[in-house]
Write a protein that binds this ligand. Structure first.
Ligand code: DON
Length: 477
């Protein structure tokens, strides 16, 4: 059965897929040839679990999505002060390939080509007479670093590299302009060569989601546990992705999507929800800024439908399961006969209680959901206690409530303890809307199963509810 999160992602993709506007990049034949219909989405959450849909096995060249990674490498090698002296951090409000620098003759930021070529140059030896072996050595480090972030061995596409190198006049102009200022400590041709190679590395959306989750996680890849860079570097990279990642559309992007991101002309977009998850989207038709049309739209949906805007303010989005216990130490309700009570005593360990805490948003609800499903063999009924939750946003509420749907096929009972009525009133409204469709109130996330768990005001009521279920089960047998 399709998981709840897969269902959400599929729903978003179904909404976005019909948009065939934009054009695939055609400045080199390798990019012009790709299937324009290709579309993939991957989401890697804080523990490395990855959801992937669509053409997630299709690889494409990373192109400008490489820029934050090479910038991270330069920061790691020289430290922020030395890098700041060479590359600014101000959004340029210009196209990615604008031939521009600030009044200190620094590239305005590392996300436009001038800054990215400069960052690549910093990975080469600080002398003019670099040779092929020096470029190879620097590129080996780049490939090693990108692979570590993705959690998988990546490779370069030799044909794309050859074409990039043969056609990159504009980039050559940028590198030579920087060189004319005396800014480069190495050969401009070598810097360009390295930049073309990094742009030609092939990735999938799963790779981008893994890279995103590594940045979200402060530099540690959640799949492999490998630490690739420091928290400080992650913070810096997220900052420039936020302000400069989407070029001249950066302000709109932060407002409407609110996820630090980087796009590439290969059709990929990498987006990050700091502290929570990484997203990779692929669709090769581009808008006038060089951003994937469907990629942008998919991110807009993810942000809006799943509440992933980074300023969707929460207190504790990860620490959502406060404690887990069974009913062994809790007396059987007094309402039952002696016979029933002695039966119920034999199945106290079959009822699991999960107490949640903090503010619940998509990421927290996703991990609670997955935990409940993976523990399923250990219980016959589950009670989810939500009295310590603060804010529960719309998608998290739907996810908590859909626990019943996830369990019902296997004959298990799900009950919710909601003393403050955090979700009870909403449940009542939804029930009313479903049973009385004529004057239906707005139904969140239309198309999802209306099966709702049993919501109780107290733990005692919830225990009575699951005891009734267990007894009924016993009588049925
Ligand atoms: O610099 C270039 O021309 C390309 N190889 C990469 C540019 C790119 O991906 C811009 N992003 N949207």
């Amino acid at each position: 059965m399709e998981s709840l999160v897969d269902g959400y992602l599929r729903h978003i993709m179904d909404n976005v897929r019909p948009d065939r506007s934009g054009h695939v990049a055609d400045y080199i034949p390798e990019l012009a040839r790709v299937d324009p219909e290709g579309y993939a989405l991957s989401l890697c959450v804080h523990d490395g679990h990855t959801y992937s849909l669509g053409d997630s096995a299709t690889s494409f060249t990373i192109q400008s999505v490489s820029k934050p990674l090479t910038y991270a490498m330069a920061l790691h090698r020289y430290g922020p002060e030395a890098v700041d002296a060479k590359i600014g951090v101000e959004p340029s409000g210009e196209a990615f390939n604008e031939i521009s620098v600030d009044d200190r003759r620094r590239p305005k930021n590392p996300m436009i080509n001038a800054g990215a070529i400069f960052a690549a140059s910093m990975l080469l030896p600080s002398r003019r007479d670099v040779d092929e072996a020096d470029i190879d050595a620097a590129f080996t480090q780049i490939l090693e670093f990108y692979s570590g972030c993705a959690g998988r061995r990546l490779e370069m596409d030799a044909d794309v590299y050859a074409s990039e190198k043969a056609t990159g006049s504009r980039n050559r102009a940028i590198a030579y302009m920087l060189d004319s200022f005396g800014a480069l400590e190495t050969s401009p041709d070598a810097a360009l060569d390295l930049y073309f190679r990094q742009c030609s590395i092939r990735v999938t959306t799963e790779d981008l989601a893994g890279i995103g989750a590594t940045i979200a996680n402060g530099g540690e890849n959640p799949r492999t546990g490998r630490v690739m860079f420091s928290h400080e570097i992650a913070q810096r990279v997220l900052s420039v992705m936020t302000t400069c990642g989407m070029y001249d559309g950066a302000g709109d992007w932060v407002t409407s999507v609110g996820l630090p991101a980087k796009s590439g002309v290969g059709g990929g977009i990498l987006a990050v929800l700091p502290g929570q998850l990484g997203i990779g989207v692929y669709s090769p038709r581009l808008d006038e800024h060089g951003n994937s049309v469907r990629g942008v739209e998919t991110c807009e949906h993810l942000s809006r439908d799943l509440g992933l805007h980074m300023f969707n303010v929460t207190r504790e989005s990860r620490v959502t399961i406060r404690s887990v216990y069974d009913l062994t130490d809790i007396p059987v309700s007094a309402d039952w006969t002696d016979r029933e009570r002695s039966y119920l005593r034999t199945c106290r360990d079959k009822v699991r209680v999960y107490e949640l805490q903090g503010d619940l948003t998509f990421a927290g609800a996703e991990s609670v959901h997955r935990r409940l499903l993976s523990d399923m063999d250990d219980y016959a009924a589950v009670i989810v206690e939500i009295s310590r939750l603060g804010v529960v946003d719309a998608v998290a509420r739907t996810m908590v409530l859909s626990i019943k749907r996830a369990l019902s096929d296997t004959g298990r009972r799900a009950a919710l303890v909601d003393p403050d009525g955090l979700v009870r009133a909403w449940v009542e409204r939804q029930r009313e809307a479903w049973t009385n469709p004529k004057d239906s109130a707005p139904v969140d996330l239309k198309g999802f199963d209306p099966a709702l768990p049993h919501v109780h005001a107290t733990m005692e009521e919830a225990i009575l509810d699951v005891e009734t279920f267990l007894l009924k089960d016993a009588y049925d047998e």
